[in-house]
Design a protein around this ligand. Sequence first.
Ligand SMILES: NC(=O)c1ccc[n+]([C@@H]2O[C@H](COP(=O)([O-])OP(=O)(O)OC[C@H]3O[C@@H](n4cnc5c(N)ncnc54)[C@H](OP(=O)(O)O)[C@@H]3O)[C@@H](O)[C@H]2O)c1
Length: 314
Amino acid sequence: MERYSADEHRYEQMQYQRCGRSGVLLPKVSLGFWHNFGGVDDYQRCRQIARYAFDHGITHFDLANNYGPPYGSAEQTLGRLLDDDLRPYRDELFISTKAGYDMWPGPYGNWGSRKYLMASLDQSLQRMHLQYVDLFYSHRYDPETPLEETLQALVDIVRSGKALYVGISRWPLEATRFAFRYLRERDVPCLIYQGRINLLDRAPIQEGILDLCRQEGVGFISFSPLAQGLLTDRYLNGIPEGSRMSRGKFLRPDMLTPEVMQQIRHYNAEAQAEGRTLAEYALAWILRQAGVTSVLVGASSTEQLQKNLRCAVL
Ligand SMILES: NC(=O)c1ccc[n+]([C@@H]2O[C@H](COP(=O)([O-])OP(=O)(O)OC[C@H]3O[C@@H](n4cnc5c(N)ncnc54)[C@H](OP(=O)(O)O)[C@@H]3O)[C@@H](O)[C@H]2O)c1
């Protein structure tokens, strides 16, 4: 591939929103590396998607230690992308990673202990060829580890300079309230909560998590905003070969129930009535929820990203 030079107009189309009561602005559309950036994926396609994203103002890339497959390989891909193309733009990028799910065997490679979080971040930095990440998350709530232990590890990570900010993902309401207070009292306020809000799943709204974030001045980023592709035209006429559902691991055909299909058709009709695609409509709906900072999309091609970016200007 030819040498990369970022599009000089890259900041003209994207809109940026303040992340809670922080100094950080995030693009309305961010890019996730959960799928399509692993060691099993074609590196040149990863590179095209990442270049396209950055050229269109997507400054925020979201990773986790175990994104791949195999585990760790999405972070290795990011390291390669930095070495090949993006290193000159490091200060224009906002890179996050996480630990909390199964990563390595034995008692120290999972959940929320200080031992796991500290070791995992060190490994992530090595894989990504980075000295620090912009944002480090506790990827999930651990009911067996004292919350103070997990949260103090996040505080100490920021103090060590290995992350500039911290966040939490998928924590339940009361633990989230505790986390926000604990972190604020130690002058390391929680930057952002990562949870799933989309037209088919509104749990963080119903459970009061989005409201809490708004009250506490914490940003909110919505993962799987397209319900892994269900809220696009991907499955309106069956299950296309090569789609996430055809691979059947995280999005299974049995999730496409008649009720879900009916909801998808309903939202598709509403989108069409507004002259929008279902994907644009679904993303714009999330971005209208007060307190939402960004939608964290996935994409298996630049074409998908191109379509999804249209919501950013609605
Ligand atoms: N915190 C957590 O626990 C957690 C959990 C899940 C995800 N995440 C984060 O959220 C990010 C996004 O999650 P996600 O990949 O599930 O997001 P998503 O945006 O809901 O789904 C992305 C997938 O939908 C399909 N798609 C996207 N745009 C399309 C379009 N315009 N037309 C047709 N199909 C389209 C593609 O799948 P095909 O392969 O079918 O093309 C694409 O890979 C992840 O990468 C990760 O960073 C976090």
